[in-house]
Design a protein around this ligand. Structure first.
Ligand SMILES: [Zn+2]
Length: 417
């Protein structure tokens, strides 16, 4: 058994010790007299849950800033998809590690990823010690031959080696109703159901997606996905902006998890998530960053702030998107959406946490730490990141970070044109 003691750290406004045994918080109490393998001095720091980013495309980090200020469909068709065709497993591996580096720096301990070569994403996450739910992004553009190819890729993914299953999970993905044929949606849904897997889908990101679905299928993307059997409590829908009252009732009843991506939605001018209305109708909301190409960073701190501000302006109500609620969706809700017994600091929970520096100017004065985290903090406040009981960052430093960054500087040269 491995053990780690965090001494004299602030938890719920009181100073305490936190004992981690293996991958679990085993005791939280002052003055624990226990011999442990490792000790962290937590004085001047507070312990908080890490963040659970429920929608990302980590392999796209090599495209940060390559094509900004464009409309979503032309951005995808003209700039992103042609460059993605030039990606190799090796580039995706290094780009994913670079994304993970940024996630850890900004306090994230889990990401639900949707990209090509998911076995490479599992490997990168296992090496860096972060939790991941990785999936191949099933997309056939209504081409029958490609649909069959995608089905085979899904099957191959199910059978590929699974490094470090304690922290890495295989999930399945449908890219979107506008890029996946009904045959591919049915197949992926059925495979997820048979294997008891989570299903991750882009849905209702733009008005055009809804309008096209209405004219082609006579129903909204939500109703369409429901007809194809894709909606249940193991489904995570990214974006979910353009929803009518019937969609919302369906999503609430089926306990579908929604992932809002406010920064990406604002940058691409996609639309504004109906935060307060969805919350009041009983929908379960989580938070994600989307990719570095559309965000352009992976900071859940920035994401929380915009989520809160967006909720207020969307409902013209300053009490909407309250800091406590937004912090919960970025932590506990994200963990629970993927079946993790984590997301809060409590005995018996998985030992995922961050230590924040209470002397950092962004956290002073400290009347309400959660408000400070949502509205004021940036990554300089995060000193230490622990995931599954292991230290991933301490004193702001991650092992190998210089090499990971240098590799992306080198690889990015080939995508300039
Ligand atoms: Zn996305």
């Amino acid at each position: 058994m491995t053990s780690l003691l965090i001494r004299n750290v602030v938890h719920n406004q009181k100073q305490t010790d936190v004992l981690i045994e293996n991958n679990t918080f085993s005791r939280i109490a002052p003055n624990l007299n226990t011999r442990t393998d490792n000790v962290i001095d937590g004085s001047g720091k507070a312990i908080l849950p890490g963040f659970y980013n429920t929608h990302s495309h980590a392999g796209m980090s090599v495209f940060r800033g390559i094509s900004d200020d464009k409309e979503l469909f032309s951005w995808l068709h003209d700039d992103i998809w042609p460059r993605e065709a030039r990606l190799t497993s090796d580039i995706i591996y290094h780009a994913t590690k670079f994304s993970i580096l940024e996630m850890i720096k900004t306090g994230t301990v889990f990401f639900a990823d949707m990209y090509f070569e998911p076995q490479v994403i599992l490997k990168a996450a296992a090496e860096m010690g972060i939790r991941v739910a990785a999936s191949h992004s099933a997309l056939d553009l209504f081409d029958c031959a490609r649909c069959e190819q995608e089905k085979r890729k899904t099957d191959a993914y199910l059978n590929c080696p699974h490094p470090c299953p304690e922290i890495t999970a295989k999930v399945l993905t449908i890219h979107a109703v506008y890029s996946a044929s009904p045959e591919l949606i049915r197949y992926t849904t059925e495979t997820a159901r048979k294997n008891n897997m989570y299903l991750h889908i882009h849905a209702c990101e733009t008005q055009k997606e809804v309008d096209d679905c209405l004219s082609q299928n006579g129903c909204t993307p939500i109703e369409y996905l429901d007809r194809l059997g894709a909606l249940n409590e193991k489904t995570i829908l990214a974006h979910a902006i353009f929803l009518n009252d019937r969609d919302i009732e369906l999503l609430s009843r089926k306990k579908v998890r929604l992932c809002t991506n406010p920064v990406s939605n604002y940058k691409l001018a996609s639309g504004v998530f109906q935060f307060q209305k969805l919350l009041e109708k009983g929908c379960i909301i989580t938070l994600g960053t989307d990719s570095m190409a559309s965000n352009n960073n992976l900071s859940m701190l920035e994401e929380m702030k915009l989520c809160a501000l967006s909720a207020k302006i969307q409902s013209m109500n300053p009490t909407a998107g309250a800091a406590e609620e937004v912090f919960k969706i970025a932590t506990r809700n994200g963990a629970e959406a993927f079946g993790l017994n984590a997301g809060i600091i409590a005995e018996g929970k998985l030992a995922d946490c961050i230590l924040v520096d209470l002397n950092n100017h962004f956290l002073v004065p400290n009347y309400n730490l959660i408000s400070n985290m949502v509205y004021s903090a940036d990554s300089s406040c995060i000193d230490t990141v622990i995931c599954n009981g292991k230290i991933l960052m301490q004193n702001h430093h991650i092992l190998g970070e210089e090499e990971i960054t240098a590799k992306i500087k080198e690889l990015s040269e080939m995508f300039r044109n």
